[in-house]
Design a protein around this ligand. Structure first.
Ligand code: SAM
Length: 263
């Protein structure tokens, strides 16, 4: 790796601390006949730890300059397959169709510049993961985990909390990476909620969330002015809110109810 030219634009900050790498993998509790997906193999530090506990590992890495490095660092493992391509362009279901597994996991130190599109893609894939453990930028982790009324609470928070029980696992200092990034990181885990609230139309729910949070400081009356405000008001009143409430104060259940009534 000595003369490797790290690309900041690809989020290339490689985690060096073996204890932390082991802890990330331990958090996922990989068990049974398992397939684990990793996004962004880098030099294979995390991949190697995953391969010790998962029957199969499927990795994505966009940077083909890492091919030789990965060949060398992972040469002792025969349960790893790396696809050198942009994860966002892949059909995950197609990529995993030849694997036989009972339990599916996702473990990754994500490239931070595409955290949101990656998470959205994972949700939209509709795959049933036993557990997802990802390291992301600390501030983004705070947002994912924010509660109504907090300034970090946004449309992605609500969207994520619709699908998952989220847990902040541990903070990782910027000093544990090469090269050292400008931000600290956090490891979070996501487990599918057992009982999803009934939603008539997921696309409608997504659009409602984006519109509700469009202008952060504006009220629901303003952000949803193109919706039927009589229906919106009726639903809000049911939960003791009104049209002057801001989206950042509304819990998940209100968005679900609004979406079902407006669908
Ligand atoms: N797993 C390694 C570790 O923990 O040290 C590297 C993690 S590094 C934060 C993110 C990795 O994702 C980089 O190796 C980068 O090249 C790769 N990457 C960036 N964009 C990607 C994309 N669209 N698809 C797949 N890999 C990507």
């Amino acid at each position: 790796m000595n003369d490797f030219n790290f690309k900041k634009s690809l989020g290339q900050n490689f985690l060096q601390d073996k204890n932390i790498l082991e802890n990330i993998v331990a958090t996922a509790n990989v068990s049974g006949n398992s397939l684990t997906i990793e996004i962004g193999a880098g030099s294979g530090n995390l991949t190697k730890e995953i391969a010790k506990v998962s029957k199969h590992v499927l990795c994505y890495e966009i940077d083909t300059r890492l091919e030789n490095i990965l060949d060398e660092s992972l040469k002792d493992y025969n349960n790893i397959h790396i696809i050198f391509d942009d994860f966002l362009k892949r059909d995950i279901k197609e990529d995993i169709k030849n694997y036989e597994y009972d339990n599916l996991y996702l473990i990754a130190n994500l490239p931070y510049y595409i955290t949101t599109p990656i998470i959205e893609k994972i949700i939209e894939s509709n795959l049933k993961f036993q557990k997802i453990v990802v390291m992301i930028q600390k501030e983004v982790g705070e947002r994912f985990n924010a509660k109504p009324g907090m300034k970090e609470y946004n449309s992605l928070t609500v969207y994520l909390n619709y699908y998952f029980d989220l847990k902040k696992e541990f903070i990782v200092s910027r000093n544990c990476f090469i090269p050292k990034p400008n931000v600290d990181s956090i490891v979070i885990s996501l487990v599918n909620k057992k009982d999803l609230l009934y939603l008539k139309d997921i696309d409608n729910f997504n659009k409602l969330l984006k519109d509700s949070f469009k202008f952060k400081r504006k009220t629901i009356r303003n952000n949803l002015k193109n919706y039927d405000l009589t229906i919106v008001e009726k639903v809000l009143n049911k939960y003791n809110f009104n049209l002057n409430t801001r989206a950042e104060d509304l819990p998940l259940i209100v968005f679900v109810d609004l979406s079902n009534n407006l669908a």
